[in-house]
Design a protein. Structure first.
Length: 358
DNA sequence: GAAACGTGGAT
DNA sequence: TATCCAAGTTT
């Protein structure tokens, strides 16, 4: 295997075609780090506007560390995987408190920060600090699987180490940052999951999948299991023109985001009554018979959701929380101040229309 | 080590 | 409409 040839051809190709992305215009370790966190399981096109806003609002570690977590969540709204925002904020605090305000360049130290795993550590160390660590992300696995005809499934954790081994051997230790980005760029632009553009690939002379006509069969994947379906009922409690919003705990699904009190339905022959009972249980309020507004569908990674939203006129009681960790009575025109999750955003137009009609 | 963890675009 | 899947990490 001509490793030097591979590295050179990849590097030359990258210099020719590389996209001008915002995080490629800086060597600031903080900015690189933020971009890598946002890019986790998220498309470049989606990330760009979030990245621009984030760097404008939180230009360095000190500003981020001093910000309210809620403000960070608000900026993260709609990007998904909200624990990333919490971890980023927490890590910034640790960097200020323990590391002199500088993103650490020591692999052991960096790797211990929350939200920084093997991939992000390697990316930051190579791109911002020129250290020889090879990244292994979805792009890299796909490219390696094809070029080396690797049978290892790319979506099965036990096989990850095999890809890391190959990536380590392939790494250009002279220009590790450029090399890592080039390999990912190749996966993103040419060696794509579907309909790869092999004629444009710098590695056609080396690719074993191409030579054996097996490109469409690689990479291998294990079959994911079907996500189940959940049914939730949500109640928009209305009192004197204000809506009750609750905040989800800082762990688990949609951590830290705001929503109308909601819960899974337990089979519910009578969803409206179930909603009223849910409101009593979750926030301790009594309401008039709930009126169905809309049912939205939403797909999460591991289950599908159908959420029925009801309008629940307040009748009595003071808020006592069981589940959510905060609440607020919000005027409908101020809902956009809170970070809300996708299902709530889908249901919101129906609610606002109903309120206007009252 | 399997499962949890979001969302939107492409097909 | 259903499925795939994208610059992964945590528990």
């Amino acid at each position: 295997m001509d490793w030097d040839g591979l590295r050179r051809e990849l590097g030359d190709w990258y210099e020719r075609v590389r996209r001008d992305l915002p995080w490629r215009r800086t060597r600031d370790p903080y900015a690189i780090w933020v971009s890598e966190v946002m890019l986790q399981q998220t498309r470049v096109k989606t990330v760009i506007p979030y990245y621009e806003r984030f760097l404008e609002r939180f230009p360095d570690v000190a500003v981020l560390a001093g910000a309210d977590l809620q403000a960070v969540y608000k900026l993260w709204e709609g990007l998904g995987y909200y624990s990333r925002a919490r971890h980023l904020h927490a890590a910034a605090g640790m960097i200020m408190a323990q590391m002199g305000g500088r993103v650490p360049s020591d692999p052991q130290v960096l790797r211990r920060l929350p939200g920084i795993g093997d991939y992000i550590a390697a990316a930051v160390l190579s791109i911002a600090f020129d250290q020889p660590f090879a990244v292994v992300d979805g792009n890299v696995k796909r490219v390696l699987a094809r070029v080396f005809l690797m049978e290892t499934p790319v979506n099965h954790p036990p096989g990850h180490a095999r890809f890391q081994t190959v990536a380590d051997r392939l790494l250009d230790r002279e220009q590790p940052g450029r090399h890592n980005q080039a390999l990912m760029e190749l996966g993103a632009l040419v060696c794509t999951p579907k309909r790869p553009l092999c004629p444009q690939c710098p590695w056609t002379a080396h690719c074993r999948a191409l030579q054996s006509g097996a490109v469409p069969d690689f990479p291998r994947r294990v079959k994911p299991r079907r996500p189940g379906e959940q049914f939730w009922v949500a109640g928009a409690v209305l009192k004197k023109g204000r809506l009750l919003l609750t905040r989800r705990p800082d762990r688990g699904l949609l951590a830290g985001l705001w929503e109308f009190p909601c819960d899974r339905m337990d089979g519910a022959a009578d969803p409206a009554a179930d909603c009223a009972a849910m409101v009593r249980r979750q926030v301790g309020l009594h309401c008039a018979p709930p009126q169905h507004l809309v049912t939205v569908r939403h797909a999460y990674t591991h289950f599908k959701l159908r959420m029925a939203l009801y309008l629940c006129p307040w009748q009595g009681g003071r808020v006592r929380l069981d589940g959510p960790d905060h609440f607020d009575w919000v005027r409908p025109d101020q809902l956009d101040r809170l970070p809300l999750h996708g299902a709530v955003h889908k249901a919101l137009p129906a609610l606002l229309q109903a309120l206007r009609g009252q």
